[in-house]
Design a protein around this ligand. Sequence first.
Ligand code: BES
Ligand code: MN
Ligand code: ZN
Length: 491
Amino acid sequence: MLAIRLVAEPERLDTLVLPLRPAREGAGDDAPAAPVPTAVALPDGVADEAAALAPAARSTGRAGEIRTQFRPGRNPGVLVLLGIGDGEEGSWRRAGAALVRAVADETHVTIALPPDASPAAVRGIYEGLLLASYRFRLTDAGGVPALTGVDLLVTDPDRYGAVVETARTTARLTRWARDLTNTPSSVKNPEWFAGQVAAHAAGTPDLHLRVREPAELAAEGFGGILAVGGGSAHGPRLVELDWRPADARTHVVLVGKGITFDTGGISIKPVPAMKLMRKDMAGAAAVVAATVGAAALRLPVRVTALAPLAENMVSGSAFRPGDIIHHYGGLTSETTNSDAEGRLVLADALAYAVRELRPDVLVDLATLTGANAVALGKRTGALYSENDRLAGDVLAAVEAAGEAVWRMPLPADYVEYLGSDLADLYSAPNQGAGSVVAALYLREFTGELRDRWVHVDMSAPSWADGDDAELTRGATGWGVRSLLRWLDTLR
Ligand code: BES
Ligand code: MN
Ligand code: ZN
């Protein structure tokens, strides 16, 4: 991970980055964007040169715009003008992301922040730099990036201690969630995933891990997890990771769908739909990463992550369409389609949380349906809750974090689709509104927490087809940033 320092004195000025603000509104169309004053004195003539470069390079100052001037034989040798748009946190995040790509071939850069840089601005650029420089590598092919160090020049580095710690932890754990999600399923089976959680949780006081193996799942009645995991040579697991600080007044349970590969099972997926199904544990990755993050930041909230992990395979021991599943807590499902497996494992975990953990709030994240992208496109998760206040709080946290969700309805009229002649519930009614109906199904398992529950279908934003701002091609680590923001409001 890129080493970022906050310093009051420039140590090296090989590549110097100066922020650029758009012309003030109403200043006229040809008013040039202007470099912002810097916290620290620059070498003679550099400020004037930057002021002249901005109009000559037709800079607009919009967030993430880059203008580069090479100055061979002089110091700094490279001068970069970096657009910061409205100067809000999201614009700084975008600017940091664009910059880290633009200077990838330099070894070290120094960014001169304005003297009044807010903690939010520092958080934005810090996260942008760390998230956009992420690369997933199983091997060293492609070499190591040249850029290893970034200095942020500020007047008073001590002012930003807390925000730097938060930004660093948030980015580090988002990157971990990306790693987990990008990992091929030949490596990533339920046991492996649980082992990764153990490795990341080890040594943190008040952070406790319990991993249930198939025999324990059977003894306690986790029928959904066992059914979905039954077709795989790699047995299912239930990860329970508990951050339990002494000063907690609120208890949140975070449930994440952890299908380490989704073939669809006997209701097998066609080739194109199966291609990326190693990402079907992105919800589990987000909840365990957010919980490790809450512990690392010592947030005064009890957070329990539950990750039901299973590989949905096709084999002689796979569950079949039409089977009746006995979930934890006693409800039964008629399966109908083995590709609707996520809700079956989540049902067990939700019911367990409600009966045994009795939290104040229950949140689940799941790559649950292709219908999420049909309704909302590639960037936006679908949020469901009966609780307006809770939904509003989560929506605000998601937006502040730079992610996106749209609140969806839980229509009473559709509940009847869940009726089955053979079981309590029909798991996959084929009546349209796939993401909505899946949410209605999950709600049946929330018991007395029904109005303190939030479900996010994050199938779409869990993956990026290409690099874009702070996202990198592949797994996005979606949800880690949003969950940590929201947990931080519960203190
Ligand atoms: N893991 C998939 C959903 C998915 C699709 C996630 C595309 C990410 C991208 C899920 O298990 C699934 O197969 N859902 C079915 C449900 C249907 C059988 C009721 C779907 O969406 O088609
Ligand atoms: Mn499926
Ligand atoms: Zn799935």
